[in-house]
Every structure is written in structure tokens, then in C-alpha cells.
Ligand binder design. Sequence first.
Ligand code: IMP
Length: 432
Amino acid sequence: MNIAVLGAQWGDEGKGKIVDLLTPHFSIVARYQGGHNAGHTVYVGGKKFVLRLIPSGILHPDTVCVIGNGVVLDPQALFAEIEQLEQVGIAVGNRIVISNRAHLILPYHRELDVFAEAQRGERKIGTTSRGIGPAYEDKIGRRGIRVGDLGDPAPAVPLADVVRDNVEARNRLLHDSHLDWRAVLDQLLAAWERMRPWVRDVSVFLAEARRSGRRVLFEGAQGTMLDIDHGTYPYVTSSNGTIGGVCTGLGVGPRAIDGVLGVAKAYTTRVGDGPMPTELIDAVGERLRAAGHEFGAVTGRPRRCGWFDAVVVRHAARVNGLDALALTKLDVLDGFDEVRLCTAYRLGSATIQEFPAELGIVSRCEPVYETFPGWKGTAGIRRYDDLPAETRRYVARLEEVTGVPAGIVSTGSDRDDVIVRLDGCVARWLEP
Ligand code: IMP
């Protein structure tokens, strides 16, 4: 069995922890999109790890981690992450495989990201300023530079010409400073020398691995509502974090994916701008933020918080064909007098069941809530039946309105604070 783990909301759902939990059952963890805009946080023995580019599987000593062609890769960010891991005794060695088709993020992409945000003014997206969007723009604009291009012995267009043209285009746009293309080229060639042992054709690598019986976990970054096609466009990232991204971003066929796990918080958060129907700009929202430590893992920005939005997760279930949910941070809801669940939106006299494409409509939608009595004491619980009856009622209703069973429930930040429900498909996926 190979399974995909991806975000069912606006990112930050706790995918890092879930991937870390599942990794011992897989030999390979493969990232298929995004870049170091992601921040996958994992706590092991009370120690916090934030992984941005390298799949969270790296924390397990025998796991091979793949960076697919759909990822945009900043070599300096990669080296910094490897060094951080090595400082805490996690050897990367030959456990990473980088696609020769992955596109590079270069210093001018970061500058262009900041520039584009400033140009947008009030309509800014609230990007992570990592150069993600501009790198994908160059890819789609067919002027990007791929990892493998750095080592191409006989390129159709010399690498130096591509770098010079791209840097000069940047210099024309940003008048305030002049970037020397030769310095960029030298940096790229130095990066290639370091990366080359890891660079491969990932599609071929995964096909061979699967033929020899190795199991693959496909790791998504960001979330369905940040997907370039299915998210709240234009307030999205520039890649497909939804299920189709697995095939395009790694070079595998759809039948390589045996199960799809959507990760969702027991409430909703969003970082950056754009609509969020259940956002709470009040003391309850503040309390969720404080209890859930809802500050961006990459940028430190406070996250916007609100109740669970089943319209969003139904959208994610349909777009991704979710088989199960991993419901995270359930313990953050401990101690509230009441807990609410948004089951639909109201627009005038109409009830809206499916997430609208038009942001003008979304912004006029009011959440329709069901209210549940609060509960206490879910933190650290590791058996489903030990959860308070009120919590189980909430989860059961959440499953009903999203149409997806919660195969995993997470009740705390540590690796072991988790319930895998034995009667669900997740337990079956994990059988040897
Ligand atoms: P970009 O990916 O840096 O271009 O940012 C685009 C939008 O996606 C912004 O709203 C970011 O805050 C959001 N975003 C990007 N990566 C993540 C993530 O890993 N978690 C949550 N939000 C993200």
C-alpha cells in the first residue's frame, strides 16, 4: 500500500506529525510540490523539529526522502536544513533523492516575491516571501532552471545564457539594485557539486522501488484551500497540493496511490490573506490561537482561527477522494464551554453546501453552526473509547457532515499523543 497524506484545509493541519507517525510503515517518503514555504513541525521526546523542504520522514533513520519534480528547490535552504538536522545528530547521508526535473528557486525569485507583494498593496496574498510563486512562474513561463540542467553536459541553450537572461530581466524590473548574473551562476554551480550525488530521475527511482516491494508515502504540503486550482484563488500558493499533484509532481500513475488521508485540524486556521468563512475575530478566536500555539512555523505570523468548517473539508474530500481524515489538535478544544461546527453557509435565504469558486460569494456567506457542549481532558488520550462522550459525539457529527471517517485522532503535540482507530481503513493500510 502506498498512501498520500495531504492537507484538507489551509495548511498547517499537522501533516508533519501524521507523516512522522506513519513513516515507520513506509520505506520512502516523497514530497511532490511546494518548497520551503512549508513548515512541518514534529515533536519527538519534547524536542521540536521544523522541516521545510526535506520530508518529515527524515527523522526516521532508515527512511529515504524524495524531493519530486513538482517541488521548487532553493539549494541554500536545502543545505541549511541538512546542517540543522546534522547538528542534532540526524544524518542525511544518502537518504535523500532529488528529482533532476525539480525547478530551482534562485535569489532573484525571493526578491521578486517581495516586490510582487508590495505591488499588490491592499490585495497582497501574504506569501511566505520564499520566492515560491516567481519560481513556479518561471517554470510555467518555460524559462526556469531545473536541478538537472546544472549538470547537463550539452544543453541546447548554455546555462550561462539562461542565467544571464533571467537575471537581466530581473534587473530591468527591479531598478533599485543590480544583480550580477555571474555570481548567481557560480553559486548554482557550487550548489550542483554538493547536490549531484542525490540527483536522479525520481519517476524511475520510484518505479524501481515499488517493483522491489518498497512502500511509498506521498507527502503533500500546504492544503487543499491553498491549491492553485482548487483553493481560494488568487489567495493560494502556486502549486497543486491536492491529489493530482502526486502524479504530476513525482511521475507516478494514479494507481500508485492506494489510499488518501486528509489531515484536518479539529478547528480551522489560515495564515495570510483571503477568505475564511468561520474566522473568529473575538475572544474565542484569540483563545484558539493561544491554546493551539497558532503562529506560523516558517514566518512566525499569527494564524487566523475559527471553528471547524465542514464545507471546506467536504470540498477537500471531493477534490482529493479522501478515504479518511486525520483529525489533529482535538485537545485544543478542551475547556471551551461550547464547541461549534459549521455544516453549511447561508447566503440570503439560500443554504450553500459546496464551497463556491467566486470569492465575492464566499465573502458574503455566513456559517451555519451546530453547537455542542464543551468537554475537558482529551489531552494525551490514546484510546478512542477513553475520549469524553461529548468529544465522541462531536467527532461523529464531524464525520457525518464531511462524509469522511476520522481514522486518526491526535490529542497532543508529542509523537505518541495519537489514536489510530483500529476499525478504520488507516489501520488496514498499516498492516505489513
Ligand atoms: P507562498 O506559498 O509563499 O506563495 O504563499 C501563498 C499563500 O500560501 C500565503 O497565504 C501563505 O501564507 C500560504 N502558505 C504557503 N505555505 C504554507 C504552509 O505551509 N502553511 C500554511 N500556509 C502556507
